[in-house]
Design a protein around this ligand. Structure first.
Ligand code: GUN
Length: 293
């Protein structure tokens, strides 16, 4: 069994980006600038956005955090989005999800300029992704693909079972892994809450991507020997014995499933750090595309 070490690979990617940014700076060019909009004070979102902004600083990007109060109206947020679209200094930005309930998420994501949509959530970018055109691929599926590529995990002709059909992970990774190319060419089954007898499908899987958010969902008796496991689950479980009052766990019973797996991502330290690295990669791509435009 080999660990798919997302922390290590994400550090490699960040080092590669750091070198490119230093070269941009040396040439007197503008360096990439990422902005993040956060509405409200959701604990997990605060952690993610803080981590994204810190990573920008480390690798030499410019970054701007726009933290708006929970009571921000949809109209105010749309105005902020319009300002970011119009600001030539910003190469890419994200609106951290989830948004407060009184704001229509779809309306906000539709308002983001697709050329600055480094999350790849705009229908234009999602559509281009599905058609294998140049786009911004969402950071989590992009990170999974990159992890598989860098470990040379064989995916061609393999049966990949994806658990969960979210717009951010399950749906896009099912499309990407069925496309032609490295870390792809897979035969994909997309399973979800209405799937009957998931176990009969996971038992056939050469590769399982679990993006469900249910701790300990995938157990050892649900997988075959040699399976490749990508655990996208990140659930906070309350635990007073921990300094933060919680610990993070994935969808997979790691202790037992890892004994049957050929490759497996840990949680934390697997897909999570890859997501941030690929967001930075998308921001670099945005800068380079704006240079060419
Ligand atoms: N919430 C959970 N994951 C993500 C992500 O990748 N991007 C944004 N903007 N919000 C998220």
């Amino acid at each position: 069994m080999e660990i798919l070490d997302g922390k290590k690979i994400s550090n490699q990617i960040k080092e590669e980006i750091t070198v490119e940014v230093a070269q941009m700076r040396d040439r007197g060019e503008k360096v990439p600038h990422l902005a993040a909009v956060l509405v409200g004070n959701d604990g997990a979102s605060l952690t993610y956005v803080g981590s994204k902004v810190r990573s920008c600083k480390k690798i030499g990007f410019e970054s701007t955090l726009i933290h708006l109060p929970e009571e921000t109206t949809e109209e105010e947020l749309l105005k902020q989005v319009a300002e970011l679209n119009a600001n030539p200094d910003i190469d890419g930005y994200i609106v951290q999800l989830p948004l407060p309930k009184h704001i229509d998420e779809e309306k906000v994501l539709m308002a983001v300029d697709p050329d600055k949509d480094v999350d790849g959530f705009h229908p234009t970018n999602f559509g281009k992704m599905a058609l294998d055109m140049e786009t911004f691929i969402s950071a989590t599926p992009f990170g999974i693909m990159e992890l598989l590529r860098r470990y040379n995990v064989e995916t061609s002709g393999k049966h990949t079972v994806v658990i969960g059909r979210s717009h951010i992970v399950g749906r896009p990774i099912s499309i990407l892994m069925s496309q032609k190319g490295k870390a792809a060419d897979s035969t994909v089954t997309l399973t979800h809450s209405r799937t009957k007898d998931i176990k009969s499908l996971t038992l056939q899987a050469d590769i399982i991507v679990s993006a469900l958010g249910v701790p300990n969902f995938l157990k050892a008796d649900m997988v075959k020997d040699g399976v490749v496991i990508i655990d996208v689950g990140i659930t906070r479980v309350s635990d007073e014995s921990k300094e933060k009052g919680y610990y993070i766990t994935g969808d997979v019973d790691f202790e037992n499933v890892s004994q049957k797996a050929s490759y497996i991502t840990p949680v934390p330290g697997g897909v999570g750090p890859m997501t941030i690295a690929m967001l930075l990669k998308n921001t670099l791509l945005a800068r380079e595309r704006h240079n060419k435009a």
